[in-house]
Design a protein around this ligand. Sequence first.
Ligand SMILES: Cc1cc2nc3c(=O)[nH]c(=O)nc-3n(C[C@H](O)[C@H](O)[C@H](O)COP(=O)(O)OP(=O)(O)OC[C@H]3O[C@@H](n4cnc5c(N)ncnc54)[C@H](O)[C@@H]3O)c2cc1C
Length: 395
Amino acid sequence: MGVYILDDKCVGCSACLKSCPFGAIEVKDKRAGLLNNCSGCGACADSCKFGAIVVEDNRQAEIDLRQYKDVWVIAEHNEGRLRSVTLELLGEGRKLADKLHQDLCALLLGEEIGDMANELICHGAKKVYIAQEPRLAHYQTGPYTDIISNLITTYKPNIVLIGATNQGRDLASRIAARVHTGLTADCTELDINEDGLLAQTRPAFGGNIMATILCPYHRPQMATVRPKVFKPAPRDTSCVGEILPVDSCLNGKCLLCDLLEVIKEAGQGVNLEEAEIVVAGGRGLGKPENLNLIKELAEALGGAVGASRAIVDAGWAPAIHQVGQTGKTVQPKIYIACGISGAVQHLAGMQSADTIIAINKDPDAPIFKVAHYGIVGDLLEILPALTRRLKQTAV
Ligand SMILES: Cc1cc2nc3c(=O)[nH]c(=O)nc-3n(C[C@H](O)[C@H](O)[C@H](O)COP(=O)(O)OP(=O)(O)OC[C@H]3O[C@@H](n4cnc5c(N)ncnc54)[C@H](O)[C@@H]3O)c2cc1C
């Protein structure tokens, strides 16, 4: 994109300054001028009443976009089981593929993965490309990037969806760079727009706006999506599909390291992302020791402990408990927010919970706008009382 300011039309009114999200316009001597940090986004175009800003879209695709079809989901698995995010991507991928009248396909790499390939078909994949060999038993960046990039170049998928997990984040960016396309990370919504392009929506500018990003000139259109953002595809054993073994063609160069041993991290209570009940604490706890009130209630309910970023940053809770835009996304049946104000960045990680219960002493706290049930009061009194009551009921 090219942005130009026409000197003969500009009156130096400064109306365009506010429209630039990058602060890349200055007005000097009654003339607007673009600074070096102009990204050419064109957001300023409509702000000028005098027609002095011209935005020219002179970009075009260097490849034949019509060759690219089908929606691919890169399957992720652990200890012989598909991760839930894979099933969630299949659920969303199905909708996209149907809108485009294209096939939903999955790509599965590993060792002895036949059963999982069948599972992918039961969850809606029409074709499952599999690369099987012992060196793929555990995820490694080099070989996975090589194989998937080669398959993309060969089969030319239109859309590639990857889970925004530790593995997916590592892999997606490498593949996008290798096949020379864009990548939208951490999408919260996907759709097909009127031009048949993947509309990839994600929070931007610190979560204050939702931006919809298109990838019009490169293929595939690649997006990562966090676990628990979408509903999983239903399992249907009557589904039919093809399993297509592909050559893994591993060469020594991509094996960047030797994997000697896989050590499992000891679990800390219930897994936050999989939990049906989450009890989360925020700065309203007042001091780090009061996190125990959250832990005790979570334990009494058989749930997991969540935390706002405020208390993670303060060192009251480990980062693995953080819920929100820069933490984990959870979708439990019950989310109990205790002493959490309800900032947009926190809501981004929990507002799709089935039932939200908020405990806050401020009746105007924004968390009450998303809560299904609210308790206005001091958590230091309410939490011990709730835990006590639950323990009594359990006896
Ligand atoms: C780029 C970016 C990313 C971010 N990512 C995240 C993220 O992933 N997750 C996240 O959580 N935040 C995130 N934040 C921070 C977010 O904006 C808020 O600052 C944060 O969520 C506030 O945490 P809090 O609700 O615990 O604290 P506060 O906003 O300070 O709220 C404390 C609440 O406790 C209540 N309270 C106080 N005492 C009591 C009591 N005794 N009993 C009951 N209620 C009480 C108060 O009324 C208040 O509502 C991010 C911010 C930015 C800029």
